[in-house]
Design a binder for this molecule. Structure first.
Ligand code: NAP
Ligand code: MG
Length: 473
């Protein structure tokens, strides 16, 4: 049982102003795994005041001081990586190999990347008669979701620290354990008091108070579209910068010259990873209509081959995060059946042999792009395969979405793959399985407005100042 009842404010672990606790449920067993405190606006006020005070000194530290801190955080993170991974598995149900693998690796990657970017980042440049400076924006409210908890917290905390900002983290109620351990890591690494603060609790209380707080300069939010819209409205009154990383319905285009079976299998297995709870998941698989039979065979085999079970065991897929997510996904599967999509793998209900926990069957439909299951983000292990007639058709289908977060292109002809990628209206495209910690990540359209990861992630936390005439010819 984990009881993480204290908040981290001004360099200390403190009790909430008004005690109030909530249970945390293990999604694989449905049993209570521990408790957290639910904070109030008074806790937020304390954390914001601490961050404001700390900004005076942290914002004027040398680059070397911030490099030293990030190095120390990285070492402490590596020391406790296993523990972080186990916490992720317990809180949100990722298989242990994934929790202690890609989940924690992403967090570590963002800290290491921020460290490397910081070493060469130009905070001041001359430009004609002017000096152009990049200065930390101030006190930041970081609001994160539960689906890739270490990725999403570290991708905000590391650049915020590197640029000289101070911050208050509001972790998700559904994944509070890894955030608590991360706060311990930041403390033990020697983060100065007030630079990093963490208050757990409800988004509608903690998140809203951060978004409306006159002493918070910026909100970085990752989560759902409706909450992103609400935060933007809440932040408008105090003219805050709001960085949004929202949802997606990303298309995976398999070009005609690609090995169909291997790519469809890879895309299908990829969709089921993390139980489909990935904002940039390739949830619409676009294949040449003329090769649909091949694609159906490969997708069916791949989905049926995804083992589902106890995250502590040797299974490819664990449960989804909560009962409410489970119900939402079941409703979408029913909707797909009702709107006439062809179910080729998985379907309604629990996987065979499982009678407890929020496990979903790896599900694949063949449908068209007008169906609800092809338009709305399901956030579960549900893939829709759609046939296209030619390249123009593939691009049109891919772009026919209110979202614009990610995209995938598989094909042998790299010129064609690049051309198709250039025509897709999304913030990131992965060609033939590429990966890059230094590439920016963020959405077009309703997928958001921010860019995280690498050097671009720094600019989210920086103001730009022009000092004109300071550099006369
Ligand atoms: P969510 O409901 O939007 O919650 C995200 C965070 O916002 C949580 O910490 C939540 O607190 C908080 N929150 C809720 N209401 C709030 C409010 N009124 N003001 C301020 N904060 C508030 O999202 P989720 O259900 O956790 O995550 C799933 C969604 O996130 C999906 O749509 C997914 O695509 C998206 N996502 C996007 C990315 C990306 O990088 N683009 C990455 C991951 C996930 P609670 O703890 O109370 O819920
Ligand atoms: Mg939610």
């Amino acid at each position: 049982m984990r009881d993480y009842l204290k908040f981290y404010i001004d360099g200390q672990w403190v009790d909430p102003v008004t005690p109030k606790t909530a249970e945390v449920i293990n999604p694989a067993t449905e049993a209570v795994s521990g408790h957290i405190s639910l904070g109030s606006t008074a806790d937020v006020d304390k954390a914001v005041a601490a961050a404001r005070r700390a900004f005076e000194t942290w914002s004027v530290t040398s680059v070397q001081e911030r490099i030293d801190l990030l190095q120390s955080i990285l070492a402490e993170y590596e020391r406790r990586e296993r523990e972080l991974g186990e916490a992720v598995t317990e809180e949100m149900g990722a298989p242990l190999a994934l929790g202690c693998g890609f989940h924690t690796l992403l967090g570590k990657g963002h800290i290491g990347t921020a460290l490397e970017v910081l070493k060469n980042f130009k905070f001041e440049e001359t430009h004609g008669p002017s000096i152009i400076r990049k200065e930390p924006i101030g006190v930041c409210g970081l609001i994160t979701p539960w689906n890739w908890p270490m990725n999403q917290t570290c991708v905000k905390i590391a650049p915020a620290l590197a640029t000289g900002c101070t911050m208050i983290l509001k972790p998700p109620q559904l994944a509070p354990y890894s955030a608590h351990i991360l706060a311990e890591i930041l403390h033990d690494a020697g983060t100065p008091a007030g630079v990093f603060n963490m208050v757990q609790g409800q988004g509608s209380v903690i998140g809203t108070h951060l978004s409306t707080h006159p002493d918070v300069d910026m909100i970085s939010f990752t989560g759902s579209e409706p909450v992103g819209v609400q935060i933007t409205k809440d932040a408008a009154e105090t003219v805050k910068r709001v960085g949004l990383e929202l949802g997606g319905k990303s298309a995976w285009i398999v070009l005609d010259d690609a090995s169909m079976a291997a790519n469809v299998a890879g895309a299908t297995a990829g969709m089921m990873g993390n139980s489909g709870q990935t904002c940039s998941a390739g949830s619409r698989l676009l294949v040449p209509a003329s090769r649909m039979d091949e694609a159906i065979a490969a997708a069916t085999e791949a989905a049926n081959g995804v083992t589902v079970g106890d995250p502590a065991g040797n299974f490819a897929m664990g449960p989804v995060v909560s009962k409410s997510q489970y119900n939402i996904i079941q409703d979408y599967i029913q909707k797909g059946i009702d709107e006439g999509a062809q179910l080729i793998a998985g379907g309604l209900g629990l996987p065979e042999g499982i009678d407890k926990g929020w496990f979903v069957r790896p599900t694949v439909f063949v449908g068209n792009n007008q169906m609800v299951i092809a338009r709305q983000e399901i956030f579960g292990p549900v893939l829709v395969v759609i046939g296209y007639n030619d390249i123009d058709d593939a691009v049109a289908i891919a772009n026919d979405s209110t979202f614009g977060l990610g995209g995938y292109v598989s094909g042998e002809d790299l010129d064609l793959a690049r051309d198709v990628s250039r025509r897709m209206r999304t913030g990131a495209i992965w060609v033939n399985g590429g990966f890059d910690f230094n590439a920016p990540f963020g959405g077009y359209k309703r997928s958001g407005n921010g860019r995280e990861w690498g050097e671009h992630g720094f600019t989210e936390y920086l103001e730009i100042k022009a000092i004109i005439g300071a550099n006369p010819a």
